[in-house]
Design a protein around this ligand. Sequence first.
Ligand SMILES: [Zn+2]
Length: 407
Amino acid sequence: MDLKITQAALPGRFGYWDIGIVGDRIVEIAPTIAAPATTVLNANQKLVIPGLVDAHFHLDKAHLLDRCHGVEGTFVEAMRETLKAKNEFTIADIQTRAKRTIERAIGFGVTAMRSHVEVDSVTKLTGMQALMPLRQAYQWGMTLQLAVFAQEGITNQPGTLDLLRQAMHLGGDVIGSAPYVDPDPERNIRIVFDIAQEFDCDIDFHLDFLEDELPLSLPFVIQETCRRGWQGRVCLGHMTKLAAFSPAELSAIAPAILEAGISILALPASDIYMMSRNDTHNVRRGVAPIHHLAEMGVNVGLAVNNVQNLFTPFGDGDVLKICTLLAQVLQLGTTASHELCLEMATNRAAQAIGLPNHGLAPGRSADLVILTVETVTDAIGAAPSDRTVIKNGRIVAQSKLQQELFQ
Ligand SMILES: [Zn+2]
């Protein structure tokens, strides 16, 4: 045995457990594992969780506040000013910001990430050219998926379709778009499904965002998913329009989402900030009710989305802090709901982006985080900074808060 973690508290289980790891796999979880190991890590009855999964992030747009200055704080301004900034993007600039973000994320225990990569007539393939080498270079600490992403629309942007296909040829893992910025959302969605079929890849839409009068795109995406046999391969981010659904409306559409095997991700840090900007008081939260969808059997998750840009001028890329935020916003206070939140940040997020080997079970990837708290409620309550991160059976990061008090 290569690595043995002893005396670990585990989410949803009583008692303390040993975790045996051979190579990059968990081989055994038992109250005591007698077999010797090359390295033994004593968890000291602290919580061990599966690696955090950031299922929806934008590496190419991270850390732009030094050059994008917000005045209005609206989605329109964020789009306009970020597009201006995109004119100046170079491979080196994207890599500098992305490396900083990836390295911090690995330190937090994010062992897998899906990053959207903007491809359009302004940035062309610069984002892909910048991030593809990093996908390779950071394999030791993080599984990075690159989702080729049409942020500015497709049918309204001559040349974008061709660039999207070129980006997929270059090595995109996933294809996606934001149909709500396209004047013809249904054609936009059909084009993305066409590309997915051509390259046999999964799909990731930014969908049903903003509180405009546009009809919901979700039914059309469900229909196309089933028509094209893409069940289990479509992930939807934001879905903030679902926040306005009554329980009866949500119950009415949930079986179709489940049938299509579509996963839904809430992006609370961005959604709370961008939504309901015209509310003058008693401001609506605008976060998809993923806890209710989970009760109805839909696979749901949470993700960071953006850090330090005009879409989300906050954050550091720590998925566990987003867990805390989601629990607060959706008013989740019970032990069971905290365990659900942690699932949404780990195993359910992994399922959403097609990583079936994630999780605390024999045979799964040895991607783990040892925290310095005892329970899931403590983990979500305080997002402790002391963490030991294991990726593919190897310790890849260790963080310790240094604090001194001077009386
Ligand atoms: Zn996004």
